[in-house]
Design a protein around this ligand. Structure first.
Ligand code: HEC
Length: 308
């Protein structure tokens, strides 16, 4: 009886899975598979490339921050261990009594906060008014818009998502964000899109309604030989262009490099403790391996005097 009950539960679970997959299929969207990239942070020993994180933050501030917030990240996080601007010891010229490994005292982080392109809204003051002030390391990174309505009004009613967790929130993760940023293309000639929309084969969409009338038959289906293009249209124009940001090192100033760097930075923003997590994993594996070796050795020892 018990067996039948378990078998039935399993069968239901399988049916639910298949139905789920079918309904995802039925929604009709398509997108090109993200380009697989080799990332410094992938694999069990992966770490972030600190230079890439610094450049990525530069790209975020210069470009993405015009439209996207990063509301879960505080300036001080940038100076935490593993962060883009972490300092083990102070640079020359900083007084001895300052501990630069403390992100609140890290001079780079302080300067970034104080010179950030947006001020922090604070208050109310004594007369009840809100006021702008320079950011401190303890502040969250201020975003471009005061509220969602403002964000939509500035972007043809589309809402630029907060980027704090975006690499975790999208299927394909870092590969997807990178592919999206470098993947904008001229819209295929078979479709019509609004001037405020931008075609991107990596963006999940359904362009069957965008086919030009001459490519549709009387039943509303694509004419023979006409394929609905993969991908979708989004309200973000291609944000990056070659040479738009001047890097302090000799990395190439290309769309691909900007996209890689900002993606690595956004990956860090979403998972700043990844390095600690991975090294804990590796240490646990070593521990288990040694434990297994000792157990095996003692097993041999304990049973060595018994005939078999
Ligand atoms: C001029 C404003 C603007 C700039 C600059 C901009 N974006 Fe966007 N972004 C948008 C808008 C608007 C959307 C929402 C698009 C939509 O849903 O149609 C968006 C959407 C996105 C998405 C979500 C795509 C998805 O799968 O839903 C990502 C990721 C993204 N932007 C990353 C970036 C990055 C990284 C940068 C900087 C290199 C950047 N954006 C610069 C306006 C902008």
């Amino acid at each position: 009886m018990k067996f039948i009950a378990i078998a039935r539960t399993l069968a239901f679970a399988a049916a639910a899975l298949i139905a789920g997959a079918a309904s995802a299929e039925a929604s009709g969207g398509t997108a090109k598979h993200p380009e697989h990239q080799h990332w410094h942070f992938s694999g069990p020993f992966g770490t972030y490339d600190k230079d890439a994180l610094q450049r990525g933050f530069q790209v975020y501030e210069a470009v993405c921050a015009n439209c996207h917030g990063l509301e879960l990240v505080a300036f001080r996080n940038l100076g935490q261990k593993g962060g883009p601007f972490y300092l083990e010891s102070c640079p020359a010229g900083v007084p001895d009594n300052i501990d630069c490994s403390n992100p609140n005292d890290n001079p780079i982080v302080k300067a970034i906060a104080a010179n950030y392109k947006y001020k922090v809204v604070d208050g109310p003051d004594d007369s009840g008014d809100m006021f702008d002030r320079e950011a401190l390391p303890s502040d969250r990174i201020p975003g471009p818009y005061a509220n969602e309505q403002m964000a939509r009004a500035a972007n043809n009613n589309a809402l630029p998502p907060d980027l704090s967790l975006i690499t975790k929130a999208r299927h394909g993760g870092a590969d997807y964000i990178y592919s999206l940023l470098v993947g904008f293309e001229e819209a295929p000639s078979t479709i019509n899109i609004a001037p405020t929309q931008h075609y991107n084969p990596y963006f999940h969409g359904d362009l069957s309604q965008n086919l030009k009338p001459e490519f549709i038959d009387e039943h509303g289906h694509p004419r023979e030989g006409i394929e609905v293009p993969v991908g979708g249209v989004l309200a973000m124009a291609p944000p990056l262009s070659d040479g738009m940001i001047e890097y302090g090192d000799d990395s190439p100033q290309t769309v691909e490099q900007y996209a890689r760097d900002v993606t690595e930075f956004l990956m860090w923003a979403a998972e700043p403790k990844m390095e600690a997590r991975k090294s804990l994993g590796v240490m646990s594996m070593i521990y288990l391996f040694i434990l297994a070796a000792i157990l095996y050795w003692s097993y041999r020892k304990v049973w060595s005097k018994v005939d078999h």
